[in-house]
Design a protein around this ligand. Structure first.
Ligand code: HEM
Length: 243
C-alpha cells in the first residue's frame, strides 16, 4: 500500500479512529446485541451533531437574507433526516428477549435525555440556540413579502402571515421568490421526516418493549404516541388550506 505523502494525513490519525473505537462499552457480559444498541445510538448522535451544525448555518443564512445559499444546506438536512428514519430498521433486527438481557442495567439512560435531539427541536421550532430558530429566520428572510411582521401567535398576526405565505405559494416562480419557496418546501421536508421518525421510533419501541415503561421513566409507548403529532412549522401545513 502507498505510504501517505509527506505532510499528508494518516487515516486513523486524522479521524481519531482508535479513540472512536474505544467508546463502545457494553455493560452486560454476554449480551450480544448490546454492541448493536450502543453503535446505533452513537451514530444517531453523530448525525445529530451534523444536523445541528447545518440547521444553524441555514438559520444564519436565512437571517442574512440569503435563501439561495440556505437551499443547499437544507437539502443536506433532508437527506440526513431520511437516514435517521432508515437506521431504525437496523435496530429492529434485535429481538425483544435479547434487548431485555441488557436493558435493566442501562436505566435510567434513555434517548429522552438526548441533549442534541432537544437542540434540534429547539432550533427547528422557534426557540433556537440563542441565535433564534429557523422559523423566525425564514420569516425575516421573507420580509419583502410581508412574512416577518407582525410576529407572534396572535390570531391577527398569524392570519396576516398565512396570507403572505399563501401569496408566496401562489406565485413562486419569479426571481426573488423561487429560493424562498424552495426553502419553505425543504423546511416542510424536515418537519415531515422528523414526524415520520417519531412514528417509526414509536412502533420500534412497541416492538421492543410492548407496554412497559421507558428506561427514562415515562409511560413508554403511550408517551411516545403523544409526540407523533408535534410539528415544527404548523403554518407551513396550514397554508395548504389557503391555496
Ligand atoms: C430498542 C430501541 C429503543 C427503544 C425500546 C426506545 C424506547 C423509548 C422510549 C420508551 C422513550 C420514552 C422515554 C422513556 O421513558 O425512556 C424513548 C424516547 C426517545 N428515544 Fe428511544 N428507544 C429506542 C431507540 C432509540 C434510538 C436508536 C434513538 C436514537 C437516538 C432514540 C431516541 C429517542 C429520543 C430522541 C427520545 C425522546 C423522544 C421525545 O421525547 O419526543 N431511541 N425511547
Amino acid at each position: 500500500m502507498d505510504q501517505p505523502a509527506a505532510g499528508g494525513t494518516e487515516y486513523a490519525e486524522y479521524l481519531l479512529i482508535d479513540d472512536l473505537l474505544r467508546l463502545q462499552c457494553p455493560l452486560t457480559p454476554g449480551a450480544d446485541d448490546e454492541l448493536l444498541f450502543i453503535v446505533v445510538h452513537q451514530v444517531y448522535e453523530l448525525w445529530f451533531k451534523l444536523l445541528l451544525a447545518e440547521l444553524s448555518r441555514a438559520r444564519d443564512l436565512l437571517a442574512a437574507s440569503d435563501a439561495n445559499a440556505a437551499v443547499g444546506l437544507l437539502q443536506r438536512v433532508s437527506r440526513i433526516d431520511r437516514l435517521l428514519v432508515e437506521q431504525l430498521a437496523v435496530l429492529e433486527t434485535m429481538s425483544p428477549d435479547e434487548f431485555l438481557r441488557f436493558r435493566d442495567p442501562l436505566a435510567p439512560a434513555s434517548g429522552f435525555q438526548s441533549r442534541q435531539f432537544r437542540a434540534i427541536e429547539r432550533i427547528s421550532g422557534d426557540a433556537g440556540d440563542g441565535g433564534g430558530g429557523l422559523w423566525d429566520a425564514f420569516c425575516a428572510c421573507g420580509r419583502g413579502l410581508g412574512l416577518d411582521l407582525p410576529a407572534g401567535e396572535e390570531p391577527l398576526a398569524r392570519s396576516a402571515r398565512l396570507a403572505a405565505l399563501a401569496g408566496l405559494y401562489h406565485e413562486h416562480r419569479a426571481p426573488g421568490r423561487a429560493a424562498l419557496h424552495r426553502v419553505a418546501e425543504l423546511l416542510l421536508d424536515h418537519d415531515e421526516t422528523i414526524a415520520a421518525w417519531r412514528f417509526r421510533h414509536t412502533l420500534m419501541a412497541a416492538r421492543a418493549i410492548g407496554s412497559r415503561p421507558g428506561t427514562g421513566g415515562s409511560k413508554g409507548v403511550g408517551y411516545l404516541r403523544g409526540t407523533i403529532d408535534q410539528r415544527f412549522f404548523p403554518e407551513l401545513w396550514e397554508v395548504r388550506n389557503r391555496l
